[in-house]
Design a protein around this ligand. Sequence first.
Ligand SMILES: *[C@@H]1O[C@H](CO)[C@@H](O)[C@H](O)[C@H]1NC(C)=O
Ligand SMILES: *[C@@H]1O[C@H](CO)[C@@H](O)[C@H](O)[C@H]1NC(C)=O
Length: 227
Amino acid sequence: MDVMKSRLVLLLMCISIYAVPLATAEEHVWTFDDDAVDWTPANGSWQVEEGIYKQTMRWGEAQKALVDGAEWTDHTLEARVRVDDGHWGGIVFRAQNEFEYYVYLICPKENKSELWRHRHSTVFKDGFEARDEIEHDIEPIGLTITRNEWFTLRVVVEGSRIAVAINDIEQGVFIDDAYPVGKVGVWTWDTQASFDDVSVNGFATASLTAIEPRGKLAVSWAALKRQ
Ligand SMILES: *[C@@H]1O[C@H](CO)[C@@H](O)[C@H](O)[C@H]1NC(C)=O
Ligand SMILES: *[C@@H]1O[C@H](CO)[C@@H](O)[C@H](O)[C@H]1NC(C)=O
């Protein structure tokens, strides 16, 4: 009996070790000088304009673009975010797919930031409305969140610990263990917003191959896809 128990424990240990994907240290920066290589939009209208990655459709739920090809465990994600029109724009991390992910966003209308966990739902159409707040009312520390102004959003995720910061000022630390690994991205909701200098530094389960086509005019991802 004891032998069987210890074998079971050993088996479970093996399974849990191998269930964690092998991760390697990676760093990536996207400045959107020419294009948005690696980025895949899901909903919304995304394009690179004058070195900025923009979502230009005013209305639409959970419009996002995710970085394909790598999933990150513990990492730091940072991006410059500017809400141009509307109320909600932010950064996505540990995305399982288009519907399951965390988003840290700014809301200039109410001078606050918010942290949400989106999940799958069969009840709501497309599942975009299915989400749980981790904290929907993070009062800004040391700044005022406004429209038409760049803010540097940062999340540092280590295991279930999620630390959020704006302009290098920590805004809060939260705990959630729903998604241990996933993609990164940027996000809007009924909002036109601009994104720049996205960087991710941490442990990825796959390596992104950097493709840097040079001497190109700013072209939109949509235009690239049509070619
Ligand atoms: C969002 O995109 C997905 C496919 O990526 C599509 O199935 C869905 O219908 C889109 N939703 C809206 C509201 O455009
Ligand atoms: C935004 O919120 C912060 C923190 O509560 C506050 O210090 C600041 O004055 C607010 N800004 C405006 C314009 O209300």
